[in-house]
Design a protein around this ligand. Structure first.
Ligand code: SF4
Ligand code: FES
Length: 266
């Protein structure tokens, strides 16, 4: 395939985290990445390096990916200290090598968080997110067939807010960027997406406590308002969703106290 008019070839040095499995000690290894087209994506560059490693009889670098279109949330590594690399609102798979210069030295690491143990090299186990979703990130009412769209009017502002929250792809960059390894932005996006729509409203408060409590149980840290999550998020999920989640969590506690008081009064 012909490159773009602005295509250049660059050489880089990669310091890559290598770790055989969850329990093995990891270490950085240095590899050259030569003659890399600036039109390549970051993952294509890793593919090229892996081809060289295989030809040399060495183990290729393990990294996660699926769609390579910024949709699935599977990719994601820390590049020179930035989750998903230096470009804002860009997943690792959508990052292009034109963001780098000839001669650059790149340090490439997996997400660092106790709740995301390393599986191998740059791949981490993000199943903690699945368990958070299972603890409340769904709508349990039977909706049957798709209803007629106008039967359930949704205010435009609510629809837009829910769509903004639904953009979260569950990549985990927010956790990797947070000094506390908190998953609050992810939880807030999922809870905010469902809690803003009428279909998800009946379970809004149960969802807020269920997902937040599961987040704590998984070993993620607490949010102390650093804002690094918002800066790292490739889908630009806003901190205001965390504020909404905090309000819902507080409201859930008040409702629980009221219900307990009412039950005691009978
Ligand atoms: S909130 Fe953003 S950074 Fe966190 S999981 Fe969702 S898309 Fe990824
Ligand atoms: S591989 Fe799917 S978002 Fe990057």
């Amino acid at each position: 395939m012909a490159g773009s008019d602005n295509e250049k070839k660059i050489d880089l040095t990669l310091n890559v985290w290598r770790q055989k499995n969850r329990t093995a000690a990891g270490r950085f290894e240095t590899y050259p990445a030569r003659n890399i087209s600036t039109d390549m994506s970051f993952l294509e560059m890793l593919d090229v390096v892996n081809e060289s490693l295989i030809l040399e009889g060495k183990e290729p670098i393990a990294f996660d990916h699926d769609c390579r279109e910024g949709i699935c949330g599977q990719c994601g590594v820390v590049i020179n200290g930035d989750a998903h690399g230096p470009r804002r609102a860009t997943t690792t798979c959508q990052l292009h090598m034109r963001s780098f210069n000839h001669g650059d030295v790149l340090t490439i690491e997996p997400w660092r968080a106790t709740a995301f143990p390393v599986i191998k090299d740059l791949m981490v186990d993000r199943s903690a997110f699945d368990r958070i979703i299972a603890s409340g990130g769904f709508v349990s009412v039977r909706t049957g067939n798709a209803p007629e769209a106008n039967d359930l009017p949704v205010p435009k502002d609510d629809a837009e807010l829910a769509m903004d929250a639904a953009a979260c792809i569950g990549c985990g960059a927010c956790v990797a960027a947070c000094p506390n390894a908190s998953a609050m932005l992810f939880v807030a996006a999922k809870a905010g997406h469902l809690g803003t729509l009428p279909q998800g409203d009946p379970e809004r408060y149960r969802r807020a406590t269920g997902m937040t409590d599961q987040m704590d149980a998984e070993g993620f840290g607490s949010c102390t308002n650093h804002g690094e999550c918002e800066a790292a998020c490739p889908k630009e999920i806003r901190l205001e969703f965390i504020a909404r989640l905090n309000r819902d969590y507080l409201m859930a506690s008040v409702r629980k106290d009221r219900e307990a008081a009412a039950a005691g009064a009978v």
